[in-house]
Design a protein around this ligand. Structure first.
Ligand code: UD1
Ligand code: MG
Length: 450
């Protein structure tokens, strides 16, 4: 059976207190909506329709960045969840399979839950996803009769007895497209909120003699994000899951709770991640690497056997070849570090390439920015850069070259040449002692005066 996803994402999310549409708030650097799309992607949907409203243009951009085949439709006014699904009608014209409705602010749905919903669809016309709520609060209540779901009552419209029900509506459902749009056409807005409730399709379906049931999942999967506190809690849940997955794949996390992962972080087996490491978006670490404590990585690639940190910062475009070494207080941006090359202490390498087995001394800086434009530094293989070298880009150093400590390199250095650019040292006999005497005398006079 082919499926289509309809993801509701038009709501404003007033309680987020934000100018950003709710579904674009990130969890582990990926918008909530993208998490929802990825959750639904396991069904290999034939079509994906996102219903946008508040911040529709930004929502459209995020949706298409994740899946360029998705259709984003506009719900101009938020008249309720049934009205929202109805906006997908035209986009699903001619689609004869099942529609699965998801919420853009419910990022944690697990694949097996969706599969169980579709399995239940084989014996029922309409399947709702429910959960036993620890605190049922304002959720819609599922009124069951045995295996059959009779209706969903919104909290606002529920009687005392109905409010006592703990089996609640997640809002997600699965139904044949034609049947669903037929049911939605019959939904009115005569209720406490004056909205078109998607939940009303249950009672309408039952009146038509259709078979309706509810499948249960654990509450964590249906967690909706409505506030910044919910967002933080959702991020924590994501982190816990992602860390568990890495451990399961054979990655060592010495202190898992202190490692922050992004939704797209990829780490190979036998890599060791020390405590307090932060992964921004776009990081790939191959197997057998070591990321030492307090490092921050973003948009970079770390090859096999490389060692990063402690206290290193890899910024976008940092490409570390096998067995490269990046040490403490080193920042790398848009630069390739060759196989076995070492950048171990207090250094900035930006817009550069460093050849294999070169050694960059402490305090080296690539002066890549002239205040207007960025320039590249190219360093060959087996180069030795003395400590505190300033490399004023654009500049190229050939294989086997060397720079003297403290050199300011402004011209290219040929292969195997030594670049020295610093004033000659002069030692003045006895001068230090005289200076000390003078200064101490001055200090003594001052103390006497006060
Ligand atoms: C809805 C359900 C409720 C369920 C709860 C679970 C209805 C009537 N109620 O209530 O039974 O327990 O979710 O969280 O369906 N949206 C639109 N356009 C609209 C209205 C909503 O796109 O016109 C989107 C929202 O952005 C959100 C989702 O639909 O992603 C749910 O809307 P929300 O207003 O949060 O519904 P609830 O009142 O929470
Ligand atoms: Mg809600």
């Amino acid at each position: 059976m082919s499926t289509a996803l309809v993801i509701l994402a038009a709501g404003k999310g007033t309680r987020m207190k934000s100018d950003l549409p709710k579904v674009l708030h990130p969890i582990a650097h990926a918008p909530m909506l993208v998490h929802a799309m990825r959750a639904g992607a396991v069904l290999e949907p034939e079509r994906t329709v996102i219903v946008a409203g508040h911040g529709a243009e930004a929502v459209r951009a995020a949706a298409l960045a994740e899946d360029e085949g998705a259709t984003v439709v506009l719900q101009e006014e938020q008249l309720g969840t049934a009205h929202a699904v109805d906006q997908a009608r035209a986009a699903l014209e001619g689609f004869a399979g099942d529609v699965v409705v998801l919420y853009g602010d419910t990022p944690f749905l697990q694949p097996d839950t969706l599969e169980r919903m579709l399995a239940a669809r084989k014996t029922h016309d309409l399947v709702i996803l429910g959960f036993e709520a620890a605190d049922p609060a304002r959720y819609g209540r599922l009124v069951m009769q045995g295996d059959s779901l009779e209706r969903i009552v919104e909290f606002k419209d529920a009687t005392e007895t109905e409010r006592a029900i703990r089996f609640c509506n997640s809002g997600l459902l699965a139904c044949n497209a034609e049947t669903l749009f037929g049911l939605i056409a019959a939904v009115g807005n005569d209720n406490a909120s004056g909205e078109y409730y998607l939940t009303d399709v249950v009672e309408i379906a039952r009146k038509q003699g259709l078979a309706v049931t509810a499948v249960a999942c654990d509450e964590a999967q249906t967690l909706g994000v409505n506030s910044r506190a919910d967002l933080a809690a959702a991020d924590a849940i994501f982190q816990e899951r992602a860390r568990a997955e890495l451990l399961d794949l054979g990655v060592t996390l010495m202190a898992p709770d202190t490692v922050y992962l992004a939704a797209d972080t990829v780490i190979g087996r036998d890599t060791v991640i020390e405590p307090n490491v932060v992964f921004g978006p776009g990081v790939t670490v191959e197997s057998g690497a070591t990321i030492r404590a307090f490092s921050h990585l973003e948009g970079c690639h770390v090859s096999q056997g490389a060692v990063v940190g402690p206290y290193a910062r890899l910024r976008p475009g940092a490409e570390l070849a096998e067995n490269a070494r990046i040490g403490n207080f080193v920042e790398i941006k848009n630069a390739e570090i060759g196989e076995g090359a070492k950048v171990n202490h207090l250094t900035y390498i930006g817009d550069a390439s460093i050849g294999a087995n070169s050694n960059i001394g402490a305090g080296t800086i690539t002066c890549n920015y002239d205040g207007v434009m960025k320039h590249r530094t190219t360093i060959g293989a087996n180069v030795f850069i003395g400590s505190n070298t300033m490399l004023v880009a654009p500049v190229t150093l050939g294989d086997g070259a060397m720079t003297a400590t403290g050199t300011v390199v402004t011209r290219d250095v040929e292969p195997d040449a030594l670049a020295v650019a610093r004033t000659k040292q002069e030692n003045k006999p006895d001068r230090a002692r005289k200076l000390f005497d003078m200064l101490r005398a001055k200090k003594a006079r001052k103390q006497k005066d006060t």
